[in-house]
Ligand binder design. Structure first.
Ligand code: ATP
Length: 299
């Protein structure tokens, strides 16, 4: 289990991370979210031991993270750190050896992953000759080749097409099944929503929302009602607690302040005609993110 406890990081006088605490249990996928400059990369750098926290502690299975546990950790950093003049194979032997693997094991694992990522033909090619997406795959393989207990992925999906995003996610799910803790950052809320159970949203280094995705959605009582049919939409707009009504070709989306207003909307919809849909949905993580981040910036 990864445990981040009351961690603060200053760069001179700038507080980049502010009293941050969270845990990622074995077999959990955890999302670290935030706008540009929120403190995600700084947090990752502290977790992998590249930066010292100004205050607070970070442990993996109860042990502070330093060079003695680095072979348990795999990471994909934001500034991609490939040695581009080397071939794929040379690069992987270099990284694998650093993580304590034998050359035989490295080559066996490498063949497996290159095949899995459909890039077998690049094994003897220089990294700089590969496309960006394929370089990303090589970087990902170097993060997982030693089957780490803790996998840290800073923006792993940037620059990938949807098929390869799915491929990466499958591998992450497999590591989860095998009991690894995975922590990743992304600006794409739909990626986070697809497969991450717990998350923290950072604004200016501080957590503004933390917990399981399910709980976060439950507690955030705003809902979206989708209506298709002829309804008195002006009457709905006038109801207390209706925040916004979006009108599409044949559909209305009514955003309500909390679920107690649903009945009042339904009472009006019942009087309408040709109603083919009345569906209540939780807001997307993107909406929750924008609202939480907005609150802090505005208030
Ligand atoms: P992004 O999504 O843009 O990558 P981030 O959430 O990863 O952003 P960080 O890179 O951790 O954010 O930056 C957090 C804050 O710390 C920012 O205000 C940034 O300007 C500042 N910062 C980051 N690295 C340094 C550094 N080496 N020296 C001084 N300030 C830094």
């Amino acid at each position: 289990m990864l445990k981040v406890s009351h961690v603060t990081k200053y760069y001179d006088t700038l507080k980049a991370v502010d009293d941050l605490s969270f845990e990622v249990k074995d077999g959990e996928i955890f999302g670290l979210l935030g706008v540009n400059g929120a403190g995600k990369t700084t947090t990752f750098r502290m977790i992998i031991g590249l930066l010292e926290p100004t205050n607070g502690t970070i442990t993996l299975d109860g042990v502070p993270i330093d060079y003695t546990v680095t072979d348990k950790i795999g990471f994909l950093t934001e500034e991609r750190s490939l040695l581009t003049k080397l071939t794929v194979e040379e690069q992987m032997i270099y990284y694998g050896t650093l993580k304590g693997m034998s050359k035989n094991d490295i080559l066996k694992e490498l063949d497996y992953w290159l095949d899995r990522f459909h890039i077998k033909e690049y094994k003897k090619r220089k990294i700089k000759e590969l496309s960006k997406g394929n370089q990303q795959k090589i970087q990902f393989i170097s993060a997982i080749i030693h089957k780490p207990k803790l996998l840290i992925l800073d923006e792993p999906f940037t620059g990938l097409d949807p098929i390869n995003v799915e491929l990466f996610m499958d591998v992450m799910r497999e590591f989860k099944k095998q009991g690894s803790s995975i922590i990743f950052s992304s600006h794409r809320m739909e990626h986070v929503e697809m497969f991450c159970e717990k998350l923290v949203i950072l604004v200016k280094g501080k957590s503004v929302l933390e917990g399981s995705l399910k709980e976060i959605k439950k507690e955030y009582r705003k809902k979206n009602i989708h209506i298709i049919g002829d309804v008195d939409i002006d009457a709905i707009k006038k109801l207390d607690g209706v925040v916004e009504v979006l009108t599409f070709a044949n559909e209305f989306i009514v955003k309500i302040e909390n679920d107690s207003i649903m009945e009042n909307v339904f009472a009006i919809v019942k009087k309408g005609k040709n109603i083919s849909e009345f569906r209540v949905e939780d807001p997307s993580l993107n909406e929750i993110f924008l609202s939480k981040v907005g609150e802090v910036y505005e208030g």
